[in-house]
Design a protein around this ligand. Structure first.
Ligand code: ASP
Ligand code: MG
Length: 420
């Protein structure tokens, strides 16, 4: 059996969902586990509903909710020919539960999981109903009964042993009577059966989990790009598709910021040697990229990744002590207490430099946290260029007319912080 994953862009409206059905008809006779995200940008919209409920802003809560209702009913009306179909009641039940969520006394994170998971519940229910209407032998499966996580509502880690058991007992056997099993990305449940979430963009990871637990033959992530490219087509015209790369290379690229696949997706596949394909839902018969265990093609083409809006902190102990293990471990602890993720770091005798995403760092909190014991200077508006399998030509081309602030090179990777 194969695992397919469809993200928000591939199911953003009725036409796109019809395209998914067309794509699936190319796979008639195959057993498919399909993981689907919320439609389009609905997760952002449900986050707004959550914010309104936390702020006790009843007017915007119900205004946003009406917009979500209108969006989903419009798609239902465009796809479902029988207006008495049970799917209308099911969608109605989901929206009623959302209305009740306004007056719930749950804490923020618990409410987050309860409210934001609705995007995936709606998309999978509606698409399953549509596929059944179109003659596919499909069944809806509840990820909140299959993917077991720790007791944490955001970014929860997976309990792999329990999840594997749940898939063995309640998922795999359903293929004897169904060709297609449809489930939600991004969501799971804790041991008390409360809904949990796996982190934004987590649906790719869900596909990896399903494949791992079912010993799938392969995973395909269907995207609006032809595969993994050597650079982001948003910034570059002459991108090259990577035909085949290794798991390790894919992890490195997504770690440095290539946004095609969520970095957590690959590890479970690598552990069971399950190949991952990235293909275009617009041209489904084209090759795409194959990510597998073979490392042979990894260094054929330099890949580059840009991260804009970077902030470089330079942290110096006030007591004139040198930067050593003790200072470093103290600084790391303070960084992690405000959830700051480090993109690049470097130390000298007297100072420690860290580069972080500007939008992700709570600047005031961070400066307060350090200011008693450290002098902190920072430089904003920088850019981080990462080049895998670099050569001097590529470095020169990408840094032309830019001021280089800091540079690090290993055998495979060059990382260059530049100012415009
Ligand atoms: N719907 C979730 C999000 O937008 C998960 C995903 O699409 O991967 O983050
Ligand atoms: Mg995505």
């Amino acid at each position: 059996m194969k695992v397919f994953k469809f993200g928000g862009a591939s199911v953003k409206d009725a036409k796109s969902i019809q395209n998914v059905a067309k794509l699936l008809s190319l796979y008639k006779g195959e057993k498919l586990a399909i993981v689907i995200s919320a439609m389009g940008k609905n997760t952002n919209a449900f986050e707004k509903i959550l914010d309104a409920s936390i702020a006790k802003d009843e007017a915007s809560f119900f205004a946003e909710l009406s917009l979500r209702e209108a969006f989903h009913y419009e798609i239902l009306d465009a796809l479902i020919t029988n207006s008495a179909s049970a799917i209308y009641d099911e969608v109605n039940v989901i929206f009623n539960s959302l209305k009740n969520a306004y007056s719930s006394d749950k804490n923020r994170n618990e409410s987050y999981a309860e409210i934001v998971s609705i995007g995936e519940l709606l998309s999978t229910k509606i698409i399953n109903a549509y596929l059944q209407q179109e003659g596919f032998n499909s069944q809806w499966k509840d990820a909140r009964k299959l993917i077991r996580t720790e007791d944490k509502f955001l970014d929860a880690n997976i309990d792999w042993a329990a999840t594997e058991q749940l898939f063995t007992n309640h998922f795999i056997s359903d293929f004897t009577t169904n060709d297609i099993l449809i489930t939600q990305g991004f969501i799971g449940h804790n041991i008390d059966n409360q809904t949990t979430t796996l982190g934004r963009e987590g649906s790719d990871f869900s596909a990896g989990i399903v494949a791992y637990c079912c010993d799938a033959e392969s995973v395909t992530i269907w995207k609006d790009v032809p595969g993994m490219l050597n650079a982001d087509p948003k910034w570059f015209d002459n991108t090259i598709k990577l035909d085949k790369i290794s798991f390790r290379e894919a992890i490195e690229l997504s770690y440095y910021g290539a946004s095609v696949i969520h970095p957590k997706t690959i590890k479970p596949l690598q552990n069971k040697d399950i190949p991952l394909f990235v293909k275009s839902f617009l041209n489904p018969t084209e090759e795409g990229t194959k990510i597998h265990s073979c490392t042979k093609n990894d260094n054929l083409i330099p890949s580059f990744i840009f991260k804009k809006n970077q902030l470089l902190f330079s942290i110096t102990p006030k007591d004139f002590s040198f930067i050593g293990e003790e200072n470093l471990s103290d600084i790391f602890q303070r960084l992690s207490s405000v959830d700051v993720k480090i993109n690049v770091m470097q130390n000298s005798a007297l100072s420690f430099s860290v580069l972080v995403d500007e939008e992700k760092v709570p600047l005031k909190e961070f400066l307060e946290l350090l200011s008693e014991d450290y002098n902190v200077k920072y430089n904003a508006g920088l850019e981080l260029i990462t080049i895998r399998h670099y050569d001097q030509d590529t470095i020169d081309r990408l840094t032309k007319n830019k001021r280089i602030i800091l540079q690090q090179r290993t055998r495979e990777t060059a990382r260059i912080i530049v100012a415009k």
